[in-house]
Design a protein around this ligand. Structure first.
Ligand code: NAP
Length: 303
């Protein structure tokens, strides 16, 4: 495949940026990659594992001359990063982000970017519960969706970013920011909150059950603990910045939970059976859409 961007700058060197780097290496679509993370420790780790062609010690050095700048920091850190890099961006470059929430990121970042820069927000729907530069691997985005929010950007900049994501292995779709936040509240944000809650409840009951919760943890609870091991900073920022959509979906969730609670109390087996039949069909739809595969390997892979 031929080079799509001569110079890419990754701000934030965690799971997502490192996976993007390795996937870009695999595809051969990036000429030169620079990277920056907040702490010296992360920058040293990145250098040690060969992440990016060049790890820089300041944000500004990292973005100078870049054709594509990827903001891969927690959602709450996007504004400060945009403010600092804005005066140093090359005219005609593209800025994108990978944040899990889109409206708040656009509101935080767009006001600082000069008109000569294309801003095309994005969100790859792929991840693991692991964080940091060593968590990334080249196949993370294979056959996963990456949603781009054109947000009025020039169509050739959007098309080029889409081509880059497809080269990283993803399927690309366009979506409006508010719609994205609503869809993700249902498919990702609220499920994470429910997992955090369930693991918290189990922890509260630990003294009653001794260590049995851990010893006999069957698949359901084990899956919850995996989800609830996700990065606390990232998820704090997701809920604080997608407040309206998450609260709306949680309201609906609570209503449904009460209805199920009532069915259990009143012995309404038909209600429970109908409900579980409906949800089983949803699972089948996910399998048919090829979106049920686990991330194959959480280790670092270059190819
Ligand atoms: P991560 O593994 O926790 O890494 C975050 C990176 O951001 C670290 O390198 C950290 O540097 C850096 N960072 C934090 N604050 C910074 C700042 N103010 N300036 C510069 N660098 C800063 O995170 P991730 O999982 O890759 O997530 C990154 C973004 O992708 C988030 O916005 C998240 O919402 C989104 N996302 C995550 C997933 C997922 O499943 N993980 C999926 C899709 C999208 P230090 O290590 O030096 O602190």
């Amino acid at each position: 495949m031929s080079v799509i961007y001569d110079k890419v700058a990754f701000i934030g060197l965690g799971l997502i940026a490192s996976s993007m780097f390795w996937a870009g290496q695999r595809a051969g679509v990036v000429g030169h990659a620079t990277g920056f993370a907040r702490t010296q420790q992360t920058r040293t780790t990145a250098r040690d594992i060969g992440l990016c062609d060049d790890i820089r010690d300041t944000l500004i050095e990292t973005v100078l001359d870049a054709d594509l700048i990827v903001l891969a920091v927690p959602v709450g850190a996007m504004k400060a990063v945009a403010q600092q890099i804005a005066p140093h961006l090359k005219s005609g470059c593209t800025v994108t982000d990978v944040g899990s929430v889109k409206r708040e990121v656009i509101d935080a970042v767009a006001p600082y970017l000069p008109e000569t820069v294309h801003f095309v927000p994005g969100h790859p729907l792929a991840g693991t519960e692991h964080s940091g530069p060593e968590a990334g691997f080249a196949t993370l985005f294979d056959n996963r969706w990456c949603l781009l929010v054109p947000n009025g950007a020039a169509s050739d900049a959007v098309e080029r970013l889409g081509r880059y994501w497809r080269a990283l292995g993803a399927n690309v779709d366009m979506m409006d920011a508010d719609h994205h936040d609503r869809v993700l509240a249902v498919t990702s944000h609220c499920p994470h909150l429910i997992a955090y809650t369930m693991v918290g409840v189990a922890d509260d009951l630990r003294r009653v059950t001794d260590s049995e919760v851990i010893k006999y943890s069957a698949a359901g609870f084990r899956d919850f603990t995996r989800i609830a091991a996700s990065d606390p900073t990232m998820w704090r920022d997701v809920f604080l910045s997608n407040k309206d959509a998450t609260l709306e979906i949680l309201g609906r969730f609570t209503e449904e939970l009460f209805a199920l609670q009532r069915a259990i109390r009143t012995g309404d087996g038909d209600h429970l059976h109908d409900y579980f039949s409906r949800t089983r069909a949803i699972r089948r739809g996910i399998i048919d859409a090829g979106q049920d595969t686990e991330a194959p390997d959480f280790g670092r892979r270059k190819d």
